[in-house]
Design a protein around this ligand. Structure first.
Ligand code: KG4
Ligand code: ZN
Length: 334
């Protein structure tokens, strides 16, 4: 079965064609980063309008790349939520209109389920059950994943998401938007140990996170320093060391507490090199296995939505059309 996936939950338009027997046939992405950069963050109305401009040309492009036509599409999966309401409505409307015209089923996918299943697109996918560290711009959660649709929250952030902490910290260091990649590039040039920041909740005994205090600690530190290039890099390094240490410690604790030995890392912050290196090194020592999506499928993309749609259809035949968005939607409730 050929599934068209459409992702429009935030500032990236992603489309993909996933075939249940032949795998991922084509995918394309348009990032709105340049458009939002001058405002220092995502402007929801501009995001929606840009998704409208991009979805159909990108869909035509991937159909051509895959050597398919519209009539080959057998189901459509779109991001139903969570995300920006207007942006989600673009994907939902186009999915519903195409589904109606082509007489194929349309299913709504939870954006985080897409992220969570993205590592399964790789050649040696993890078997169920596994623990997933989901770290994106809007969410930070540790989940126990027992199968498609069987998600249990083990821990989550009590305030800022990990990506949000990267973005806000980058902003207050004058590194612009989006902050995660910019801050991690600076951190690579930073001297480890020049500054020491707190590791929030590392000894809390549970699997929850809190990152807003870390951001405040960076603000206090930055105010005490002259922010030359090297000092910014050293603060970025101290921030990254702290956040990576907490994420890695909690992920390993989640594995120990759940008795599982496979960890999946997903979401935009999963692209962070230091996080990947630290998780891989610690896991190897403890006999755990870590699985990552390829870098381009860590951040938002259409492939993960097409794939999650295909998995959902395998689970129960998709019927009918769906036209709904859920800007707020808890993954553990699906
Ligand atoms: O999953 P994603 O693309 O979108 C959401 O669903 O939120 O994640 C975006 C987040 C942003 O906060 C971005 O700064 C962060 O992921 N990010 C990174 C890196 N690349 C993206 N954070 C740290 N290091 C990176 N290399
Ligand atoms: Zn995302």
């Amino acid at each position: 079965m050929l599934v068209l996936g459409i992702e429009t939950s935030c500032d990236e338009t992603g489309v993909a064609l996933y075939h249940t027997e032949r795998g991922l046939l084509a995918h394309a992405l348009h990032s709105q980063v340049a458009m939002h950069a001058e405002y220092g963050g995502v402007v929801p109305e501009l995001a929606s309008r840009d998704h409208i401009r991009r979805v159909l040309p990108l869909t035509r492009q991937i159909l051509q790349q895959a050597g398919c036509t519209l009539s080959d599409i057998e189901a459509i999966a779109y991001t139903e939520g969570p995300g920006l309401a207007g942006a989600l409505l673009v994907g939902a409307s186009i999915a519903a209109a195409l589904g109606f015209a082509l007489k194929v089923p349309v299913i709504g996918i939870h954006h985080l389920e897409g992220h969570l299943l993205a590592p399964l697109l790789e050649p040696n996918p993890p078997a169920f059950p596994f623990v997933a560290l989901l770290v994106s711009g809007g969410h930070s959660q540790l989940m126990k994943v027992s199968g498609i649709g069987a998600y249990e929250t083990l821990g989550e952030t009590l305030d800022d998401a990990a990506g949000e902490a990267f973005d806000k910290t980058a902003k207050l260091l004058g590194l612009g938007y989006p902050g995660g990649p910019a801050l991690s590039m600076r951190a690579e040039r930073g001297v480890q140990g020049r500054f020491k920041l707190p590791r929030p909740m590392i000894n809390s005994g549970d699997l929850n996170f809190s990152f807003s205090g870390l951001k405040t600690a960076v603000l206090t530190l930055a105010r005490q320093q002259t922010l030359d290039d090297q000092t910014v890099a050293d603060i970025a390094r101290a921030f990254q060391d702290a956040i990576v240490e907490v994420l890695a410690a909690k992920s390993l604790a989640a594995l120990s507490q759940s008795g599982l030995d496979r960890l999946v890392v997903a979401g935009g912050v999963g692209a962070n090199r230091q996080l990947r290196e630290q998780l891989s090194a610690l896991s190897a020592r403890r006999g755990f296995e870590v699985f990552y999506p390829k870098l381009e499928f860590c951040t938002d993309n259409g492939a993960m939505i097409a794939f999650a749609g295909a998995m959902r259809i395998k689970l129960s035949a998709a019927k009918g059309w769906k036209f709904n968005v859920r800007p707020r939607w808890d993954l553990a409730t699906i």
